[in-house]
Design a protein around this ligand. Sequence first.
Ligand code: MF3
Ligand code: CO
Length: 246
Amino acid sequence: MRVSGAIVAQVLDLIGSEIRAGMTTLELDEMAEAYIRDQGAVPSFLNYAPKGDPDVTPYPATLCVSINEEVVHGVPSEKKIIREGDIVSVDCGAYKGGYHGDAARTYSIGEVKPEVKKLVEVTKECLERGIAHAVAGNRLHDISSAVEEHARSFGFSVIQNMVGHGIGSELHEEPPVPNYGRKNTGVKLREGMALAIEPMIAMGRSRNAISKNGAWVAVTEDGKPSAHFEHTIIVRKDRAEIMTLS
Ligand code: MF3
Ligand code: CO
């Protein structure tokens, strides 16, 4: 998991140094896929099919690139052009040696409105606070409530119908990791558990990310911007070990 996690982090570093206004989201995707394959790894999301939902087509790309009101699962396209003032959430997964790594970052393109910049900063802090609670002996929703409290203290809303997850030999494993919940509830965290913690935080009042007629992309209910950060971590005794650190 350290190996696959490092590859994911390197992809997100690469995207961070290359992303700029005028690029298409497909260009980012091609860059990411080439890098992952060069490392002898396989993109985790490409051809991913959620179990038990025959209506959804397998995911067609390496990255999810979600712009502004798009919360997650934006499908890269040559028609999607990144513009000055956008916030762009890039989610990446890589599989190598039998294990997955999964992480996301939201990039600001040029001059972004101050309140949107704040949203991005706070979402990153939500992830850090969540991770700080991912230690052996705590309970799962200690992570969730730390994320929720921080987001709400700035008046932002937590997307509730999309969650983090256990991760390992499968991209999505038990348990679901919500970004809201009550302290001191949920399963006991034990050393060695691997989790993908991924706050999705929105500026408006949106509680859900909605997708229309079979499309992958999920947007806020009110069209307000949303940010997303994710790390794959391992629960340890004193402090979680982050697999996808830059
Ligand atoms: N990080 C996201 C997740 O854990 C990305 C999944 S994209 C998918 O759900 F295509 F694989 F679904
Ligand atoms: Co994930």
